[in-house]
Design a protein around this ligand. Structure first.
Ligand code: PSV
Ligand code: MN
Length: 426
Protein backbone atom coordinates (compact mmCIF):
# COMPACT_ATOMS: atom_id res chain seq x y z
CA UNK A 1 0.00 0.00 0.00
CA UNK A 2 1.48 3.33 -1.14
CA UNK A 3 5.06 2.24 -1.73
CA UNK A 4 7.99 4.63 -1.93
CA UNK A 5 7.92 4.29 -5.74
CA UNK A 6 4.26 5.17 -5.81
CA UNK A 7 4.89 8.25 -3.63
CA UNK A 8 7.77 9.24 -5.91
CA UNK A 9 5.47 8.99 -8.97
CA UNK A 10 2.77 11.04 -7.29
CA UNK A 11 5.33 13.81 -6.65
CA UNK A 12 6.27 14.21 -10.31
CA UNK A 13 3.37 16.40 -11.51
CA UNK A 14 3.77 18.64 -8.43
CA UNK A 15 7.49 19.26 -8.77
CA UNK A 16 7.40 22.17 -11.20
CA UNK A 17 5.09 24.25 -9.02
CA UNK A 18 7.05 23.27 -5.90
CA UNK A 19 10.39 24.37 -7.38
CA UNK A 20 8.90 27.69 -8.40
CA UNK A 21 7.52 28.40 -4.92
CA UNK A 22 10.57 27.08 -3.10
CA UNK A 23 13.05 29.14 -5.15
CA UNK A 24 10.94 32.28 -4.65
CA UNK A 25 10.98 31.75 -0.87
CA UNK A 26 14.71 30.93 -0.95
CA UNK A 27 15.37 34.30 -2.65
CA UNK A 28 13.05 36.16 -0.33
CA UNK A 29 14.70 34.74 2.79
CA UNK A 30 18.20 35.33 1.37
CA UNK A 31 17.33 39.05 1.29
CA UNK A 32 16.84 38.75 5.06
CA UNK A 33 20.14 36.82 5.35
CA UNK A 34 18.34 33.56 6.14
CA UNK A 35 19.80 30.46 4.54
CA UNK A 36 17.05 27.97 3.81
CA UNK A 37 18.88 24.63 3.77
CA UNK A 38 19.72 24.63 7.52
CA UNK A 39 16.04 25.35 8.20
CA UNK A 40 14.95 22.51 5.89
CA UNK A 41 17.45 20.20 7.61
CA UNK A 42 16.00 21.01 11.03
CA UNK A 43 12.54 20.22 9.70
CA UNK A 44 13.83 16.91 8.34
CA UNK A 45 15.29 16.05 11.75
CA UNK A 46 12.09 16.92 13.62
CA UNK A 47 9.98 13.85 14.49
CA UNK A 48 6.56 13.66 16.11
CA UNK A 49 5.38 10.39 17.65
CA UNK A 50 1.95 9.02 16.76
CA UNK A 51 -0.18 7.52 19.54
CA UNK A 52 -1.61 4.09 18.81
CA UNK A 53 -4.97 5.32 20.10
CA UNK A 54 -5.38 8.08 17.51
CA UNK A 55 -5.47 5.76 14.50
CA UNK A 56 -9.14 4.91 14.78
CA UNK A 57 -12.17 7.16 15.01
CA UNK A 58 -12.62 8.57 18.44
CA UNK A 59 -15.94 9.54 19.78
CA UNK A 60 -17.62 11.63 22.35
CA UNK A 61 -19.84 10.20 25.01
CA UNK A 62 -22.72 10.88 22.62
CA UNK A 63 -21.60 8.88 19.66
CA UNK A 64 -18.92 7.39 17.48
CA UNK A 65 -18.97 7.27 13.70
CA UNK A 66 -16.35 4.79 12.51
CA UNK A 67 -15.41 5.05 8.85
CA UNK A 68 -14.00 1.53 8.46
CA UNK A 69 -10.55 0.07 7.95
CA UNK A 70 -9.43 0.85 11.50
CA UNK A 71 -6.44 -1.11 12.81
CA UNK A 72 -7.56 -4.22 14.72
CA UNK A 73 -4.24 -5.13 16.32
CA UNK A 74 -0.96 -3.62 17.45
CA UNK A 75 0.63 -4.90 14.25
CA UNK A 76 -1.95 -3.04 12.13
CA UNK A 77 -1.42 0.12 14.20
CA UNK A 78 2.31 -0.07 13.52
CA UNK A 79 1.53 -0.59 9.82
CA UNK A 80 -0.59 2.61 9.82
CA UNK A 81 2.15 4.67 11.45
CA UNK A 82 4.68 3.24 8.98
CA UNK A 83 2.41 4.42 6.18
CA UNK A 84 2.15 7.92 7.67
CA UNK A 85 5.90 8.03 8.02
CA UNK A 86 6.42 6.94 4.40
CA UNK A 87 4.28 9.91 3.41
CA UNK A 88 5.82 12.61 5.60
CA UNK A 89 9.06 11.10 7.01
CA UNK A 90 8.32 13.00 10.20
CA UNK A 91 6.57 10.43 12.38
CA UNK A 92 9.03 7.64 12.93
CA UNK A 93 7.74 6.39 16.29
CA UNK A 94 4.57 5.13 17.91
CA UNK A 95 3.40 5.44 21.51
CA UNK A 96 1.55 2.57 23.15
CA UNK A 97 -1.17 2.51 25.75
CA UNK A 98 -1.43 -0.47 28.10
CA UNK A 99 -3.66 -2.54 28.22
CA UNK A 100 -4.93 -1.44 24.77
CA UNK A 101 -1.61 -2.44 23.20
CA UNK A 102 -0.20 -5.34 25.21
CA UNK A 103 2.63 -6.78 23.11
CA UNK A 104 2.00 -10.51 22.56
CA UNK A 105 5.03 -11.44 20.46
CA UNK A 106 7.89 -9.07 21.33
CA UNK A 107 10.52 -10.42 18.85
CA UNK A 108 8.00 -10.27 15.99
CA UNK A 109 7.08 -6.68 16.93
CA UNK A 110 10.73 -5.72 17.13
CA UNK A 111 11.22 -7.15 13.66
CA UNK A 112 8.20 -5.28 12.27
CA UNK A 113 9.39 -2.03 13.84
CA UNK A 114 12.85 -2.48 12.41
CA UNK A 115 11.56 -3.24 8.92
CA UNK A 116 9.28 -0.20 9.05
CA UNK A 117 12.01 2.13 10.35
CA UNK A 118 10.01 2.88 13.50
CA UNK A 119 10.69 2.88 17.22
CA UNK A 120 8.45 2.92 20.28
CA UNK A 121 8.28 6.43 21.71
CA UNK A 122 6.52 6.03 25.06
CA UNK A 123 4.50 3.60 27.10
CA UNK A 124 1.34 5.07 28.65
CA UNK A 125 -0.37 3.56 31.65
CA UNK A 126 -4.12 3.42 32.03
CA UNK A 127 -5.62 3.65 35.48
CA UNK A 128 -8.56 5.70 34.23
CA UNK A 129 -10.64 2.69 33.22
CA UNK A 130 -11.43 -0.54 35.05
CA UNK A 131 -10.42 -3.71 33.20
CA UNK A 132 -12.57 -6.85 33.41
CA UNK A 133 -10.02 -9.00 35.19
CA UNK A 134 -8.80 -6.40 37.69
CA UNK A 135 -9.70 -7.03 41.36
CA UNK A 136 -10.05 -3.40 42.54
CA UNK A 137 -11.91 -0.47 40.99
CA UNK A 138 -10.43 2.95 40.17
CA UNK A 139 -13.77 4.63 40.67
CA UNK A 140 -12.36 6.67 43.56
CA UNK A 141 -8.83 7.05 42.26
CA UNK A 142 -5.77 4.97 41.50
CA UNK A 143 -2.34 6.19 42.66
CA UNK A 144 -4.08 8.58 45.07
CA UNK A 145 -6.67 6.11 46.33
CA UNK A 146 -7.41 5.97 50.03
CA UNK A 147 -7.16 2.14 49.74
CA UNK A 148 -3.63 0.71 49.86
CA UNK A 149 -4.74 -2.30 47.77
CA UNK A 150 -5.98 -0.02 44.96
CA UNK A 151 -2.79 2.03 45.02
CA UNK A 152 -0.72 -1.15 44.91
CA UNK A 153 -2.66 -2.45 41.91
CA UNK A 154 -2.14 0.85 40.08
CA UNK A 155 1.57 0.89 40.94
CA UNK A 156 1.90 -2.69 39.71
CA UNK A 157 0.17 -1.81 36.44
CA UNK A 158 2.60 1.07 35.90
CA UNK A 159 5.55 -1.19 36.64
CA UNK A 160 4.24 -3.65 34.04
CA UNK A 161 4.20 -0.78 31.53
CA UNK A 162 7.80 0.02 32.43
CA UNK A 163 8.66 -3.66 31.81
CA UNK A 164 6.98 -3.65 28.38
CA UNK A 165 8.85 -0.45 27.65
CA UNK A 166 12.15 -2.12 28.51
CA UNK A 167 11.35 -5.05 26.23
CA UNK A 168 10.40 -2.79 23.31
CA UNK A 169 13.12 -0.19 23.77
CA UNK A 170 10.84 2.66 24.87
CA UNK A 171 12.63 5.06 27.16
CA UNK A 172 9.61 7.10 28.23
CA UNK A 173 6.93 6.11 30.70
CA UNK A 174 4.01 8.55 30.70
CA UNK A 175 1.60 8.86 33.58
CA UNK A 176 -1.68 10.67 33.27
CA UNK A 177 -3.92 10.33 36.31
CA UNK A 178 -7.69 10.66 36.11
CA UNK A 179 -7.74 10.87 39.92
CA UNK A 180 -9.72 13.67 41.44
CA UNK A 181 -13.07 14.51 42.98
CA UNK A 182 -16.44 15.74 41.86
CA UNK A 183 -17.65 17.37 45.05
CA UNK A 184 -16.25 19.64 47.74
CA UNK A 185 -15.09 17.67 50.73
CA UNK A 186 -14.94 14.38 48.80
CA UNK A 187 -11.16 14.14 48.88
CA UNK A 188 -8.57 15.43 51.34
CA UNK A 189 -6.47 17.74 49.19
CA UNK A 190 -3.10 17.31 50.88
CA UNK A 191 -3.35 13.60 51.66
CA UNK A 192 -4.41 12.77 48.08
CA UNK A 193 -1.30 14.60 46.82
CA UNK A 194 0.94 12.86 49.36
CA UNK A 195 -0.35 9.39 48.45
CA UNK A 196 0.14 10.17 44.75
CA UNK A 197 3.72 11.31 45.32
CA UNK A 198 4.54 8.14 47.25
CA UNK A 199 2.91 5.88 44.64
CA UNK A 200 4.81 7.65 41.86
CA UNK A 201 8.05 7.16 43.80
CA UNK A 202 7.49 3.38 43.83
CA UNK A 203 7.07 3.42 40.03
CA UNK A 204 10.03 5.74 39.56
CA UNK A 205 12.25 3.37 41.54
CA UNK A 206 11.30 0.52 39.20
CA UNK A 207 12.41 2.43 36.11
CA UNK A 208 15.84 1.82 34.54
CA UNK A 209 18.21 4.76 34.77
CA UNK A 210 17.81 5.62 31.06
CA UNK A 211 14.03 5.91 31.29
CA UNK A 212 12.17 9.18 31.81
CA UNK A 213 8.85 9.49 33.58
CA UNK A 214 6.61 12.13 32.03
CA UNK A 215 3.91 13.49 34.33
CA UNK A 216 0.89 14.94 32.58
CA UNK A 217 -1.48 17.44 34.18
CA UNK A 218 -5.09 18.29 33.40
CA UNK A 219 -7.37 20.85 35.10
CA UNK A 220 -10.66 18.96 34.79
CA UNK A 221 -12.21 15.83 33.26
CA UNK A 222 -13.08 13.19 34.20
CA UNK A 223 -13.50 15.01 37.51
CA UNK A 224 -15.01 18.44 37.73
CA UNK A 225 -14.37 19.69 41.24
CA UNK A 226 -10.67 18.87 41.54
CA UNK A 227 -7.99 16.84 39.83
CA UNK A 228 -5.04 15.55 41.86
CA UNK A 229 -2.60 16.80 39.18
CA UNK A 230 -4.44 19.78 37.71
CA UNK A 231 -1.60 22.05 36.60
CA UNK A 232 2.04 22.29 35.60
CA UNK A 233 3.04 23.45 39.08
CA UNK A 234 1.77 20.23 40.62
CA UNK A 235 3.50 18.13 37.94
CA UNK A 236 6.67 20.12 38.47
CA UNK A 237 6.61 19.65 42.24
CA UNK A 238 6.13 15.89 41.79
CA UNK A 239 9.08 15.80 39.40
CA UNK A 240 11.23 17.65 41.94
CA UNK A 241 10.21 15.11 44.57
CA UNK A 242 11.00 12.12 42.32
CA UNK A 243 14.34 13.03 40.81
CA UNK A 244 16.06 14.12 37.62
CA UNK A 245 14.41 11.49 35.40
CA UNK A 246 10.95 12.88 35.97
CA UNK A 247 9.73 15.63 33.65
CA UNK A 248 6.56 17.59 33.00
CA UNK A 249 4.41 16.75 29.99
CA UNK A 250 2.40 19.57 28.40
CA UNK A 251 -0.76 18.41 26.63
CA UNK A 252 -2.05 21.44 24.74
CA UNK A 253 -5.66 20.52 25.50
CA UNK A 254 -5.09 20.34 29.24
CA UNK A 255 -5.47 24.03 30.03
CA UNK A 256 -8.35 26.29 30.81
CA UNK A 257 -9.33 28.60 27.91
CA UNK A 258 -6.89 31.47 27.30
CA UNK A 259 -4.08 29.98 29.40
CA UNK A 260 -0.74 31.31 28.20
CA UNK A 261 0.77 27.92 27.30
CA UNK A 262 3.89 29.39 25.71
CA UNK A 263 4.74 31.01 29.02
CA UNK A 264 4.43 27.64 30.78
CA UNK A 265 6.78 26.19 28.15
CA UNK A 266 9.29 28.98 28.79
CA UNK A 267 9.10 28.45 32.55
CA UNK A 268 9.61 24.70 32.30
CA UNK A 269 12.57 25.20 29.97
CA UNK A 270 14.05 27.59 32.50
CA UNK A 271 13.72 24.93 35.21
CA UNK A 272 15.02 22.17 32.89
CA UNK A 273 11.82 20.19 33.48
CA UNK A 274 10.09 20.24 30.10
CA UNK A 275 9.84 16.58 29.13
CA UNK A 276 7.34 16.34 26.36
CA UNK A 277 4.27 17.49 24.48
CA UNK A 278 0.96 16.06 23.54
CA UNK A 279 -0.09 18.14 20.57
CA UNK A 280 -3.70 18.72 19.64
CA UNK A 281 -6.05 21.58 18.83
CA UNK A 282 -8.33 23.08 21.43
CA UNK A 283 -10.98 25.77 21.59
CA UNK A 284 -12.31 25.03 25.06
CA UNK A 285 -10.66 22.11 26.84
CA UNK A 286 -9.48 18.65 25.92
CA UNK A 287 -11.07 18.92 22.46
CA UNK A 288 -8.36 16.77 20.85
CA UNK A 289 -8.79 18.41 17.43
CA UNK A 290 -6.23 18.77 14.65
CA UNK A 291 -3.11 20.50 15.99
CA UNK A 292 -2.89 24.10 14.86
CA UNK A 293 -6.33 24.07 13.26
CA UNK A 294 -7.91 26.94 15.15
CA UNK A 295 -5.00 28.57 17.01
CA UNK A 296 -1.99 28.52 14.67
CA UNK A 297 -0.51 31.65 16.28
CA UNK A 298 -0.48 29.97 19.70
CA UNK A 299 1.29 26.95 18.21
CA UNK A 300 3.87 29.26 16.64
CA UNK A 301 4.45 31.06 19.96
CA UNK A 302 5.02 27.70 21.68
CA UNK A 303 7.61 26.80 19.06
CA UNK A 304 9.09 30.24 19.42
CA UNK A 305 9.84 29.39 23.08
CA UNK A 306 11.23 25.99 22.11
CA UNK A 307 13.55 27.39 19.45
CA UNK A 308 14.63 30.21 21.73
CA UNK A 309 15.42 27.67 24.48
CA UNK A 310 17.29 25.39 22.08
CA UNK A 311 19.49 28.29 20.95
CA UNK A 312 20.23 29.54 24.47
CA UNK A 313 23.24 27.93 26.12
CA UNK A 314 21.89 28.84 29.54
CA UNK A 315 19.04 26.37 28.99
CA UNK A 316 20.03 22.87 30.07
CA UNK A 317 16.72 21.11 29.42
CA UNK A 318 17.13 17.55 28.06
CA UNK A 319 15.63 16.55 24.70
CA UNK A 320 11.88 17.10 24.52
CA UNK A 321 9.60 14.26 23.34
CA UNK A 322 6.98 15.35 20.81
CA UNK A 323 3.78 13.42 20.34
CA UNK A 324 0.30 14.01 18.97
CA UNK A 325 -2.55 13.16 21.32
CA UNK A 326 -5.78 13.65 19.45
CA UNK A 327 -9.07 12.05 18.70
CA UNK A 328 -10.89 12.19 15.40
CA UNK A 329 -14.62 12.32 15.28
CA UNK A 330 -15.35 13.81 11.88
CA UNK A 331 -12.18 13.33 9.82
CA UNK A 332 -10.33 10.28 8.56
CA UNK A 333 -7.84 9.80 11.46
CA UNK A 334 -4.88 9.30 9.14
CA UNK A 335 -5.62 12.49 7.20
CA UNK A 336 -6.03 14.35 10.49
CA UNK A 337 -2.65 13.10 11.72
CA UNK A 338 -0.97 14.14 8.46
CA UNK A 339 -2.49 17.61 8.82
CA UNK A 340 -1.40 17.86 12.45
CA UNK A 341 2.20 16.92 11.66
CA UNK A 342 2.23 19.44 8.81
CA UNK A 343 0.91 22.23 11.04
CA UNK A 344 3.51 21.36 13.69
CA UNK A 345 6.31 21.48 11.12
CA UNK A 346 4.97 24.79 9.80
CA UNK A 347 4.93 26.33 13.28
CA UNK A 348 8.46 25.08 13.87
CA UNK A 349 9.66 26.48 10.51
CA UNK A 350 8.18 29.88 11.32
CA UNK A 351 9.82 29.90 14.75
CA UNK A 352 13.15 29.11 13.09
CA UNK A 353 12.71 32.24 10.93
CA UNK A 354 12.39 34.62 13.88
CA UNK A 355 15.22 37.15 13.87
CA UNK A 356 16.35 36.41 17.43
CA UNK A 357 19.08 39.01 17.66
CA UNK A 358 16.67 41.74 16.54
CA UNK A 359 13.98 40.44 18.90
CA UNK A 360 16.34 40.49 21.84
CA UNK A 361 17.42 44.01 21.01
CA UNK A 362 13.79 45.15 20.78
CA UNK A 363 13.01 43.46 24.09
CA UNK A 364 16.02 45.03 25.82
CA UNK A 365 14.94 48.45 24.54
CA UNK A 366 11.30 47.87 25.49
CA UNK A 367 10.38 48.47 21.86
CA UNK A 368 7.02 46.75 22.08
CA UNK A 369 5.88 47.35 18.51
CA UNK A 370 9.15 46.24 16.94
CA UNK A 371 9.25 43.06 19.04
CA UNK A 372 5.73 42.19 18.04
CA UNK A 373 6.39 42.98 14.38
CA UNK A 374 9.43 40.66 14.36
CA UNK A 375 7.24 37.79 15.52
CA UNK A 376 4.47 38.68 13.08
CA UNK A 377 6.94 38.84 10.24
CA UNK A 378 8.02 35.24 10.87
CA UNK A 379 4.49 34.03 11.56
CA UNK A 380 3.06 35.55 8.39
CA UNK A 381 5.70 33.98 6.14
CA UNK A 382 4.21 31.22 3.99
CA UNK A 383 6.58 28.40 4.94
CA UNK A 384 4.72 25.62 3.12
CA UNK A 385 7.45 25.34 0.46
CA UNK A 386 10.02 24.71 3.24
CA UNK A 387 7.92 21.92 4.75
CA UNK A 388 7.29 20.40 1.30
CA UNK A 389 11.01 20.57 0.55
CA UNK A 390 11.76 18.75 3.82
CA UNK A 391 9.30 16.04 2.80
CA UNK A 392 10.87 15.85 -0.67
CA UNK A 393 14.48 15.71 0.50
CA UNK A 394 13.70 12.97 2.98
CA UNK A 395 11.86 10.86 0.40
CA UNK A 396 8.27 11.63 1.40
CA UNK A 397 5.31 13.04 -0.50
CA UNK A 398 5.28 16.70 -1.52
CA UNK A 399 1.65 16.78 -0.46
CA UNK A 400 1.01 13.89 1.97
CA UNK A 401 -2.78 14.32 2.25
CA UNK A 402 -3.17 14.50 -1.54
CA UNK A 403 -0.94 11.42 -1.96
CA UNK A 404 -2.95 9.55 0.67
CA UNK A 405 -6.12 10.31 -1.23
CA UNK A 406 -4.64 9.55 -4.65
CA UNK A 407 -3.36 6.23 -3.31
CA UNK A 408 -6.94 5.39 -2.18
CA UNK A 409 -5.55 4.27 1.15
CA UNK A 410 -8.77 4.32 3.15
CA UNK A 411 -10.60 2.29 0.47
CA UNK A 412 -7.84 -0.34 0.60
CA UNK A 413 -7.85 -0.43 4.39
CA UNK A 414 -11.61 -0.98 4.36
CA UNK A 415 -11.15 -3.81 1.87
CA UNK A 416 -8.47 -5.44 4.03
CA UNK A 417 -9.90 -4.86 7.50
CA UNK A 418 -13.60 -4.46 6.87
CA UNK A 419 -16.12 -1.69 7.24
CA UNK A 420 -16.81 -2.50 10.88
CA UNK A 421 -13.28 -2.86 12.28
CA UNK A 422 -12.84 -0.87 15.46
CA UNK A 423 -9.61 0.33 17.02
CA UNK A 424 -8.96 0.73 20.75
CA UNK A 425 -8.97 4.19 22.27
CA UNK A 426 -11.42 6.65 23.74
C1 PSV B 1 -5.96 12.32 28.91
O1 PSV B 1 -6.94 13.21 28.48
C2 PSV B 1 -4.91 12.08 27.84
O2 PSV B 1 -4.47 13.29 27.32
C3 PSV B 1 -3.77 11.26 28.35
O3 PSV B 1 -2.58 11.56 27.65
C4 PSV B 1 -4.21 9.88 28.06
O4 PSV B 1 -3.19 8.95 28.04
C5 PSV B 1 -4.90 10.04 26.73
O5 PSV B 1 -5.47 11.34 26.77
C6 PSV B 1 -5.93 8.99 26.53
O6 PSV B 1 -6.65 9.18 25.34
MN1 MN C 1 -2.44 13.60 26.63
Amino acid sequence: MLTNDHIHDLNQPLLDDHHFRFSYLTDLLARRSVEVQPVVQQLINFQVAIPSWALGTGGTRFGRYPLGGEPRSLEEKIADVALLNRLNRSSNSISLHIPWDIPRDVPALQQQLKESGLTIDSMNSNTFQDQKEQPYSYKFGSLSSTEASVRQQAIQHNIECVEYGKQLGANIHTVWLADGSNFPGQQHVRRAYQRTAESLASIYEAMPSDMTMLIEYKPYEPHFYSMVIPDWGTSYSLCQYLGKNAQVLVDLGHHLPNTNIEQIVGRLLHFGRLGGFHFNGSMYGDDDLTTGSSKPFQLFLIFNELVDGAQDQAVTNAAVAYMIDASHNTKDPLEDLLQSVENILGAYAKALLVDRAALQEAQENNDVVRAEEILRDAFLTDVRPLVAEAYRQSGGALNPVAAYRAGQVRQQLIQQRGKLSLSTGL
